[in-house]
Design a protein around this ligand. Structure first.
Ligand code: MF3
Ligand code: CO
Length: 250
């Protein structure tokens, strides 16, 4: 387990820049998300925007991952690989993007619905986003990692959503995944105390069914074990004296 690093003001500036590029990528992909587009096309747009911004796609080549974004549809929770598949109306599409700017990472994800979906699905997506917001709100100096976890989980519990446990949020900086881990569920551990300069990617994944996940034979695509729909929201944040600051925004 590696050491948790506190980033300097200069490093946070670089992460803010990386984060802005990631936010632009998500907005760009959202603007192009419609029935008929292939997920590979979305990936090409994302990669071009990242490279045109002078940044590097952090996902591409990470453990041999072949693309610049993840596109996870319906029961796919995370790590869906872009390809020739086309988007269809009624789908739930999670987009995850990462970029490196001058050695520093930004990582963020959002879930979108395409066309009309049942109200329960709209609610799942809205509530997963609220889970992220609650988690960010708990990320204040003096609080602990476990407070973030508990705040996220507390949004899911009243609705009976599955809260994915196999995948968690993480520290982030010169590497995409740094210590500490940030679970989306309360544990017996309080976790480390939060201090200014700590950068975290908080990323709740909620489902309409079980929390249990499986990985498809492609070795990447994470799906819900029961085929239920899933949503995923992620921001990279920094803890400041005043509270959390979202870095993956423009
Ligand atoms: N954004 C993901 C995370 O938070 C990473 C995607 S996995 C990759 O951990 F292989 F695509 F990079
Ligand atoms: Co992440």
């Amino acid at each position: 387990m590696s050491i948790v690093t506190r980033k300097s003001a200069r490093e946070i500036d670089l992460m803010r820049h990386a984060g802005a590029i990631v936010a632009e990528v998500l907005a760009l992909v959202e603007s192009e998300l419609r029935p008929g587009v292939t997920t590979a096309h979305l990936d090409e747009l994302a990669e071009r925007h990242i490279r045109d911004s002078g940044a590097t796609p952090s996902f591409k080549g990470y453990n041999d991952y072949p693309a610049s974004i993840c596109v996870s549809i319906d029961d796919e929770v995370v790590h869906g690989i872009p390809g020739e598949r086309t988007i269809r109306a009624g789908q739930v599409v999670s987009i995850d993007a990462g970029a490196i700017w001058q050695g520093y990472h930004g990582d963020a994800a959002r879930t979108f619905v395409v066309g009309d979906v049942p109200e329960t699905v709209t609610q799942l997506v809205a509530d997963t986003r609220l889970g992220l917001i609650a988690g960010i709100g708990a990320a204040r100096p003096g609080a602990h990692i476990g407070d973030i976890s508990a705040a996220v989980e507390a949004v899911a519990v009243p609705h009976g959503y599955g809260v994915v446990r196999q995948y968690v949020g993480h520290g982030i900086g010169t590497r995409m995944h740094e210590a500490p881990q940030v679970p989306n569920y309360a544990t017996s551990q309080r976790g480390m105390k939060l201090v200014p300069g700590i950068c975290l990617a908080i990323e709740p994944m909620f489902t309409l069914g079980t929390w249990e996940c499986l990985v498809r034979p492609d070795g990447w695509t994470v799906i819900t074990a029961d085929g239920s729909l899933a949503a995923h929201f992620e921001h990279t944040i920094v803890i400041t004296e005043e509270g959390p600051e979202i870095l993956t925004t423009v």
